[in-house]
Structure formats: C-alpha cells, structure tokens
Design a protein around this ligand. Structure first.
Ligand SMILES: [Zn+2]
Length: 401
C-alpha cells in the first residue's frame, strides 16, 4: 500500500475502510474510500449475500486531519439477495448514522463542542447549520442520559426556577445523593407536579424516603399525595432566608416609625447589614454603631437579640431539642410584640412537622441551589432557548455531578 494512503487510513481512525485516493483542494482534504468487506446479511431472508447491485458515492464530513478540513467520499454499495433481487438494500457502515452527512466520530466531536459552548458558537466554528448542531447535540445527550441507568437515590430536592421572571416558572427535580438534575417539570402547580410524579416508574416512587423543598404548599401536598413513602422536609436554607427577610422587614418598620416620629434618618440608616450579618462577623466600628442605635431604639436591640438567638436553632442536632427550641423561641417572639417576627413564628408553626422532619433525614436543598445556579448559567449562555425540549435536554446533560 502507498504510504500516503496508509497514513490517511490511520489518521481517519475508522476501521474497515480502504483508502483509494486522496486530494487536497482549496483547503479541504478529500479522502476517497470504500469498505474493506463487501457483503451483508439479507434483512428479508437472513442469508449472507455479496452480490453487488449498484454503487454510488456519497460525501461525509469527518474530523480534520492535522488541522485541514477533511471530507470522506465513500462508495455506498447496494447489495441484492436471490430471495428478492428487485429490491436491493444498502450496505451500512457502522460509523455513519442513517440519513446523516457526517461520520459518527465527527458528530461526537461536535457534541463535545456543544457541551461547553452555545449551539450558536458551535455552528459558527463548524460551519454546520444551527439546526444540525442542535440535533447532533440532542441525539448524543439523550444517549448519554439514557445510559446513566436507573436513579438510586432515596432523597430528592424540588425547587422552582424562573423561565421568565414573574411570568413563567418550571420545577427542577434533583437527586440529592449525586447532586444532579433528574428532570424538569413545566410549571410548578400541584396538578403539574402530581401529573409528573404519576408517570414515574413505581419502583422509583417507592424508594423515595424524603423530599427537600421550600415552604411551598403545592410541592408539599403533591409529595404527600403522589409519593406515599416520602416525607416532605423543609429546607433549612429557606427557613434562614425567610427569617432574614422578616428581620429586615422589621428593621424597615422600626426605621420608618423612628423617621416619622423624630425625623432623624441617619441614626438608623446604614445598619441594615450590621443587623443581618452574624454578630461575630461585625467590625468593632459596626458593633459600636449598632449598640449605640440599639440603646436609643430598644426595639432594634430586641430584634438583634432575637435574631442572634434563632441562630442556635441551626446548631441543634435532635428532633426533640429542635421542637423544644421552637416552642421557646415562639414565646420569646410573642413577648417582643414585633409583628414581622410573629408572622415568622406563625409560618414556622404551620410547617412545624415538615421542618422537624429534617432531623430524620438531614437533607437540605443546598445542592439544588447550586444546580439552580447552573441552570441560570445555561440559560444565559444559550440565550434564545425558546424550545423547551432542547433546553430540557441541555439541562439534563449538563446538570450532573
Ligand atoms: Zn434474502
């Protein structure tokens, strides 16, 4: 065999091909080749045949060889069998998918590019159409997702994310064991979530022991209804977040009152962060400022003390102690007469059982928050992801640990 043909054959990296001729023309390396073995099993009768009916050539995009764009001009044989000589069949190649005009190694290259780039960019890089890049990505991503096998986790996280802020929300279902996205539900209502869960395999539904979530009635009641073995667990991050928001509301309330009564804004202005930060993270200067203001406005001081007190909650390790703490804390807040904190306690009361479930499973949606961040990035990168199916495949392919 001629050296160039031998070299090309090795560089192609495809088994079962014989290179017959090569040509470089205006920056494209064209490789003419044919299959080494001509013969196949007849799809109708199952017998072997190597009777050639006819031959044509077809051009396929392939991986570049040493930086030179490469195309493969391949002889496509049609074989006929004695059982039905009038209906020949194609001799297929295992490195080309049906109806595709590029080789599988090249498609995998395109897929890898798509994983870390927008389809838009890959289309520009490869000169393939946007639609073609998207279809290649979807095909290999779906293969990969299907190959992941059954999900073994006992713990799920459920959380919503904005598709269009204030308009459209979807729901992410996450595997808290591997910290990866399982699926996206379009919408976030109880009916939408239940319909989704009902379609899941029974084995999977049975194995779920707990689901972490924020204080959302629709998620909570759909889990209770559709996953009978699973307990809702209120995510601690969301409790802390709610508490902080209400502390800040209380601060604004007190601040406005002071402003109205005395007209002195400077005293309470600028202590927002001082009040929301953990006490030990404050600078000496901030502490001094905070104490001075708290001296003058005892309600703020009380707010600060209650805030610091509640932090103890997150250090508690047993359900029993946590339950006792919540009772104690409620009394503390009721005595303070700060309406925002009373609202907090009422909310905690109505979610008490599910907040305390934490101690049976110790799961949080922390990982889910990370995934939501990933989702946001993908959304930003793939600006113009109007097609939900494409978006969903992209999320499932990329949001894995
Ligand atoms: Zn046959």
């Amino acid at each position: 065999m001629n050296n160039i043909l031998d070299f090309t054959s090795k560089m192609l990296g495809i088994q079962g091909l014989e290179v017959i001729h090569t040509n470089v023309n205006s920056g494209t390396y064209t490789v003419f080749a044919k299959p080494t073995h001509i013969g196949a099993i007849c799809p109708k009768c199952g017998r072997f045949t190597n009777v050639i009916h006819d031959v044509r050539v077809q051009c396929y995009g392939h991986l570049s060889i040493w930086g030179t764009k490469t195309e493969l001009v391949l002889q496509i044989f049609r074989l006929e069998c004695s059982c039905d000589p009038d209906h020949p069949f194609d001799l297929t190649c295992n490195f080309i998918r049906k109806y595709q005009r590029q080789t599988i190694p090249y498609e995998i290259y395109v897929y890898e590019l798509c994983r870390n780039n927008s389809i838009e960019n890959v289309s520009k890089l490869t000169n393939l159409s946007h639609g073609k890049c998207q279809r290649i990505f979807n095909h290999y991503a779906q293969l990969e997702i299907a190959n992941r096998g059954p999900i073994k986790t006992e713990y799920l996280g459920i959380d919503d994310f904005a598709v269009r802020k204030g308009h459209k929300y979807n729901t992410a279902i996450n595997d808290l064991t591997t910290n990866s996205l399982i699926d996206i539900i379009e919408g976030r209502t109880k009916d939408e979530v239940i319909a989704y869960i009902n379609d899941l395999p029974d084995d999977f539904k049975r194995q779920i022991k707990a689901v972490s979530m924020d204080m959302s009635r629709s998620y909570c009641s759909s889990i209770i209804e559709a996953l009978p073995n699973a307990k809702p667990v209120i995510d601690r991050f969301h409790i802390a977040q709610l508490f902080h928001n209400l502390i800040d509301d209380a601060r604004k309330h007190i601040q406005n009152k002071v402003r109205k009564e005395e007209g002195d804004k400077t005293k309470v202005f600028g202590i927002r962060w001082a009040l929301l930060k953990n006490f030990e993270d404050l600078t000496a200067e901030e502490i001094e400022k905070l104490f001075k203001i708290c001296d003058e406005y005892p309600k703020l001081g009380e707010c600060l003390a209650i805030k610091e007190e509640f932090r103890k909650f997150f250090a508690i390790n047993t359900k029993e102690n946590a339950a006792a703490f919540l009772d104690y804390f409620k009394e503390l807040v009721m005595d303070s007469g700060i309406p925002e904190l009373q609202t907090f306690c009422k909310t905690v009361d109505s979610w008490r059982e599910y907040i305390l479930n934490y101690y049976d499973f110790k799961i949080t949606n922390g990982p889910t928050e990370g995934l939501n961040h990933k989702i946001k990035n993908i959304k930003r990168r793939a600006y113009g992801y109007r097609n939900t199916t494409n978006f969903k495949i992209r999320l499932q392919a990329e949001c894995v640990s």
